[in-house]
Design a protein around this ligand. Sequence first.
Ligand SMILES: Nc1ncnc2c1ncn2[C@@H]1O[C@H](COP(=O)(O)OP(=O)(O)OP(=O)(O)O)[C@@H](O)[C@H]1O
Ligand SMILES: [Mg+2]
Length: 259
Amino acid sequence: MHGDSVIWGAVVIALVCMAAAAFLARRLSTLRSDREALLQRHSDRLLALAARMENIREEEKERIARVLHDTLGQELSAIKMNCAVLASRCKHDEAISAKIQAMRELVDTAMLTTRNISASLRPAMLDTLGLGAAIEWQVREFEKQYGISAAYKIDPIPMQVNGSISFALFRILQEALTNVARHSGATHVAVTLETVEHDVLLTVYDNGKGIAGDDDEKTDAYGILGMKGRAHSFGGTVTITRLTEKGTRVVTRIPGVVQ
Ligand SMILES: Nc1ncnc2c1ncn2[C@@H]1O[C@H](COP(=O)(O)OP(=O)(O)OP(=O)(O)O)[C@@H](O)[C@H]1O
Ligand SMILES: [Mg+2]
């Protein structure tokens, strides 16, 4: 009799322990999924914030580009015209003519600088020639500027890639190339733009030292966050991989662009 009650006692204790363990496991799993959902929400908000910051910077750049073009550009043109008038009136005075000529050359240089700054702030080429041509130009400029050999392969991209997606992809390319020049020590870069089913993929590969695992989480680094934010605002992603052979690959995928 006494033995039976000990057994029953043990069974009851075991059942209570099992129920408590099951309860705790369920609670733990709920807490874990709550935490994951919270992390996901924070990560989405951070990407949305990054996209917003990029948009604000872009609007500011556009404003400066417009002022440069409309105001400074026109003022320089006016100075150039005045120089021409002065030159025609002073053509008998060699010393003054030489000064006016030097001034005209300076004005030409200033106009070119203004145009270059304006173009770097807002690449008009994207609107006029489209994404493919703008990427080609950017890759060639990169090669010239940094002396790193660069190749590109650009599939004809259908018209559905609208202006703001083209613009985002172009800015992502610029940041990825700047990172290659600043951080990778690479001797070669390859850029491809292709469509895979309904998606557009932009890939930037370099043969440098390779990005370290936690590099994109540096607190003072915003380039990669900005790239991800831009892609995120079109439902896309940026995946950065350190390659086992050598180098880094940055793949931007924007879904649902091609019908
Ligand atoms: N292609 C690459 N090869 C090697 N390391 C890279 C490469 N691209 C990025 N990194 C590493 O990732 C870090 C984060 O890059 P990110 O563009 O976010 O910031 P950053 O370039 O340091 O600063 P910025 O905010 O001016 O862009 C870099 O500091 C660098 O260490
Ligand atoms: Mg950077």
